[in-house]
Design a protein around this ligand. Sequence first.
Ligand code: M6R
Length: 611
Amino acid sequence: MCGIVGYTGKKQAAPILLEGLSKLEYRGYDSAGVAVRNNKGKHEIVKTNGKLSVLSDKLKKGKALKGTCGIGHTRWATHGMPSEVNAHPHSNDDQTIVAVHNGIIENYVELKEKLTSKGYTFYSETDTEIATKLVDYYYKKWKSPLEAMVSFTLRVRGSYAIAVMFEDYPEEIYIARKDSPLIVGVADEGSFVASDVPAILKYTRNVYYVDNMEIARIEKGKATFYNVDRKVIEKQPVKIDWDADAAEKGGYKYYMLKEIREQPRAVTDTLNSLIKDGKIDLSEAGLSDEKLSSFKRIRIAACGSAYHVGMVAKYVIEDLARIPVDVDVASEFRYRSPVYGENELVVVISQSGETADSLEALRGAKAAGVATLAIVNVLGSAIAREADNVIYTKAGPEISVATTKAYSAQLIVSYALAVQLALINGKIDEDRYAQLIDEMLALPASMEKILSDDEWLKWFASKIANKKDVYFIGRGIDYAICLEGSLKLKEISYIHSDAYAAGELKHGHISLIEEGTLVIGLITQMRLAEKAVSNLSEVKTRGAQIMSVTLEGNYSLQEHSEFTFYVPKTEAYFTTSLAVIPLQLLSYYVCVAKGLDVDMPRNLAKCVSVE
Ligand code: M6R
């Protein structure tokens, strides 16, 4: 939800800001802008509607704007439609104060009224203009940028990451945050501020995470952090071990295909971090066997694809470890009043670690005194920092809005949790344990095999690209896979799609089937295969065109299915890791066939850090 970059240093700021923003465009891409302090000491602001490339062209890749200190922004609209006037940076009337912001100021109405009564005028529909003018108001009152930022922090409600330049303080950037991510890097070339690590990875791997209600002054080669009591906070940088190339396209046209192809690596790296000497070891996350054995019930809260991982986890943990598992979308969970019993564990799954609803679900569980575990990809993210225990997925930076490799890495963590719980709860013996671990370790090779065989999917995608409706059906774990396949398709191709538990069809949904409707059947759970095949036959009889995904060796679908994709056999619990890949590839190729922007689908952003 919006990307922020700031730079002060020896180099020209505008090209650095544009380059950094290009790494953050996944966070929002409906408009963009930069402000640079020019050699006359004045702030120059340039904004455009549309993607960053429009701004980059207007600025001649940054060469048109001179100056060594600046801030930039790529927007995902919340208050006010995408337009040049609503784009950031915003400023006070004489442009002596300029700001970019990510998040939502909840008390903006009250603040606007107050500022209007003090003579301020507003030109945009944004809460950011209000935030900027609030900083201006406090700056005029206290004559100190630090005091202005402290007053702002204490006065504003909601979530924000804000970066501000004051004309009176050349070569300095002031920042503050609450519930929206903000990091700082100090390197030889200068000092950087950004919403996420990829924006500054080229310059430094040592990153300072700004905490809630903290303020910082960023100068060339220096960053000073303060709390709201104006006390200096000593911070240690965190070393980022991501490969800088991982955040680049590396010859691919779209990140999504690159990330789909990186899944065997993401799974291997995640497995390597969880399995030591042939045993699952979660002690790094603070989950000793003794502690794990104390949990009698698990509740999972997550959003989107991470919620779909939770659905798979429910099936696997309940079946293998015989522990009850509830799964909720985090936006519902946070407003429910779960009736917790003793010895419960709340698991929050999130790639970004910044998803607002997931973060609030975590906070709610903590406030209720329940143990929490986060399964997170981004080091140092809010969810990772606030959870009692954290297991990091090792997917590396994921840029494409449609998640693929992070989803796959989350699955692996949920399998490992299920298998370890099953062992320590005495539900499986050592032999079965070793067998399950071997099956997990074999997954990357099977994934490679699927990835090397995508020509048929490309062909089939071109045939179905004009479909208006596509339905996914499956039973058990296959239903959970359907949920993810359907989301992938609709999210990037804009084809209407839904996923149904196959047994539910006859309770209403089957009335949607007409001549030529595409139904994609998932059949990897062989104990349910016969029933699922019957369901496919029922929709085929009513005119549906059938595609199916099943395991090698299951040829029972040939007479029903126009196109069948076979994935290698694996343990039934782990089939999601394989069966999801053809669905990801199908969505990708449909999107390409339709000529759409794969990585930046309309209306979406990678990180949903607002409610
Ligand atoms: O960062 P998170 O894992 O918390 O994000 C959750 C969802 O927003 C995310 O999975 C979303 O559904 C993806 N764009 C789906 O591809």
